[in-house]
Structure formats: structure tokens, C-alpha cells
Write a protein that binds this ligand. Structure first.
Ligand SMILES: Cc1cc2nc3c(=O)[nH]c(=O)nc-3n(C[C@H](O)[C@H](O)[C@H](O)COP(=O)(O)O)c2cc1C
Length: 191
């Protein structure tokens, strides 16, 4: 079967993309705005360059139209902290995806402890095993799209001591995204 995306509504295109291109990592992004911390998940998220070390996150419009709080804050302060989460956090990740009014602190609302790693960056999820402290590197508008494409430069990698060794080998059990479900316990295979 060959499917022309132009014959489909955008929800169906999303369904095909998110069930086909997987597992996708989840960026649990904390940002700081005029009113405090904001925390929300994003899975249109991928590494794009090691020099400079950059990731891309693609952010859609809010339900009322206009910028989502995460995009608003990154464009305002140029900083974002991306926490990587394991399967214990699936429920909370989902909860923080709800569209709240600007200024609602999702972490506070759902009792998610946050911790500062460095003063100039938003706090990460306190028990995340890894986080990326990022600055806005570039904003790109995608032709024909209302998505905002943000390239974020990794200024610092944070790891809990037990998941990284002195040779920079990292052991994480990140949760993934498949369609609207979560992928857990993905197994590694050496070839
Ligand atoms: C696992 C997961 C992944 C998501 N990925 C994206 C994404 O890549 N881009 C996007 O715009 N929204 C994505 N969403 C929806 C946002 O999290 C949601 O719109 C959220 O309310 C945005 O919060 P904010 O307004 O505080 O930034 C995702 C939701 C979930 C649960």
C-alpha cells in the first residue's frame, strides 16, 4: 500500500509518522518563564549534530493557537533543560502534557521534585538519571508548517554518578514513544 499524506488529515499523518518512526526519545523539557518553571514532554526530538552538540525539537501550536509555553520560554530566555526519563515516569510525563494556562508549574502541580544543576539553566527532574542543559542555537521555520523547529545546543551533559563511567560509557533505561504509547525495556543487541 502506498499512502499519499496529502490525501489524509493531519491527525492521521501524525498517527502514521509516530507509529512508523519509532522508538522516539522523549525530551522532558523544563523552561523558565516570567512566572516560574514549566515542564512538558516532546517526542519530535532528535540529535542532529555532535559539533556543535545539538538536538532538534519540533513544537506545534497550542490548542488556542500561538506558541506553547515551552516555545515561549525558550524564545524568551534561550535556555532549556531536557530530562531523560525511565519507565517509572510514564504517568507523570503524560500528566505534564496537559495544556495548562501559561504560568502553571506542572512540576509543582504533580509533585515532581526538580533540582538545579547550574544556576543559569532551568532545573531538571530531580531523579532523572540524565539531563541536557541547553541554549537556543537556532530557530527555523518549516515551509508550509506552523511547527517551530528549535535547535538546542547542549552546553552540559548531566548524569547521575551510577549511570556513567570514567570512559564516558552511559547506561540509561530511557522510555520511548510509539504512536501515543510508551516503549519500555527496549533491549540492546550487539552485532
Ligand atoms: C510523550 C509526548 C510527546 C509529545 N511530543 C510533542 C512534540 O514533539 N511536539 C509538540 O508540539 N507537542 C508534543 N506533545 C504535546 C505537548 O507535551 C503538550 O502540547 C504540552 O501541553 C505542551 O506544554 P507547554 O504548553 O507547557 O509547552 C507531546 C506529548 C506527549 C505526552
Amino acid at each position: 500500500m502506498v499512502i499519499d499524506p496529502q490525501s489524509l488529515d493531519v491527525g492521521t499523518v501524525y498517527k502514521l509518522m509516530s507509529n512508523t518512526i519509532f522508538p522516539r526519545p522523549i525530551a522532558w523539557i523544563s523552561t523558565e518563564g516570567e512566572t516560574g518553571v514549566n515542564l512538558a514532554p516532546f517526542s519530535y526530538f532528535i540529535p542532529v549534530s555532535s559539533e556543535p552538540p545539538c538536538v532538534m525539537v519540533s513544537i506545534g501550536q497550542s490548542e488556542e493557537g500561538g506558541l506553547k509555553d515551552t516555545a515561549k520560554n525558550i524564545l524568551l530566555h534561550s535556555k532549556a533543560t531536557i530530562s531523560l526519563a525511565d519507565d517509572h515516569k510514564a504517568g507523570l510525563i503524560d500528566a505534564t502534557a496537559e495544556a495548562f494556562a501559561y504560568g502553571v508549574n506542572e512540576a509543582e502541580k504533580f509533585g515532581i521534585a526538580m533540582a538545579k544543576i547550574a544556576d543559569e539553566y532551568p532545573p531538571c527532574v530531580a531523579d532523572a538519571k540524565a539531563a541536557l542543559l541547553c541554549s537556543l542555537h537556532q530557530e527555523v521555520s518549516l515551509n508550509g508548517s506552523e511547527q517551530i523547529i528549535l535547535f538546542l545546543k547542549i552546553d552540559a551533559f548531566y548524569y547521575a554518578d551510577e549511570v556513567v563511567d570514567e570512559r564516558y560509557n552511559v547506561k540509561l533505561e530511557n522510555i520511548g514513544r510509539v504512536g501515543r504509547d510508551y516503549l519500555v525495556d527496549a533491549k540492546r543487541m550487539k552485532v
